[in-house]
Design a protein around this ligand. Sequence first.
Ligand SMILES: [Zn+2]
Ligand SMILES: [Zn+2]
Length: 267
Amino acid sequence: MAMPASASLKALLAHVVRGGVVALDALLPPSCLTCEAEVEAQGSVCAACFGTLSFVSAPCCFRCGVPLPFAGAGTLGEGGELCPGCAARLPAYAQARAALRYDDGAKKLVLPFKHLDRTELAAPLARHMARAGAALLARADLLAPVPLHWRRLLARRYNQSALLAARLARGAGLPHVPDLLRRLKPTPPLGERNAADRAAAVAGAFAVPRRHLARLAGKRVLLVDDVLTSGATTEECARTLLAAGAAAVDVLAAARVPDPRLQRSFG
Ligand SMILES: [Zn+2]
Ligand SMILES: [Zn+2]
């Protein structure tokens, strides 16, 4: 089929631009994704920037993955140690894990990725996530991102969580269903609210489109998010997926905000 003239011109231009980038990459030494330092390989961060990243490591809550200050600090529950939040009320999802603590080091990767069109940062973030979520990826049937409301998607032009989910799915050889969940209403920032208000703000915010119900039935979903904060959004997404027929839901995020109450209460 013949392409309209404008489309073929666009394709040609894209080709030329891509060719130019490749040529430039071959001439210049690659630089760190978050600073100007030279690095060995394209798409990586330098040793100094890597050193500012703090990875979430054991001990952490068996269910929600929040870091615990020391082994034995949680309550022993089914599967492992639980944080006070999960001990009081188990989440709807089976397990949530995140690669990085959401501190200044992680923000250097996450904020430009989310807000400044630096979509190439999906690569290093997904690499860290694949490591942190190896067990979750191994048991997943399909991956889906936490969706943006369409108005936000129009403004930002991409769903950062979907870019991460696409890379993770490709790496694991699993299907990715970017529109498995729809966000029906925009949700206000949840940061300053208490747990009950946060849950109320996201209640009924998501839905599974009818056309995906058959594909979801009895499947284990790995829900992908960029930053886990209170967990209210992922909890509501998990409930929606389970109500629509998913067998189980796990959550994998690039970064998570450590629970300040937890850090304090444990000293
Ligand atoms: Zn650097
Ligand atoms: Zn927990």
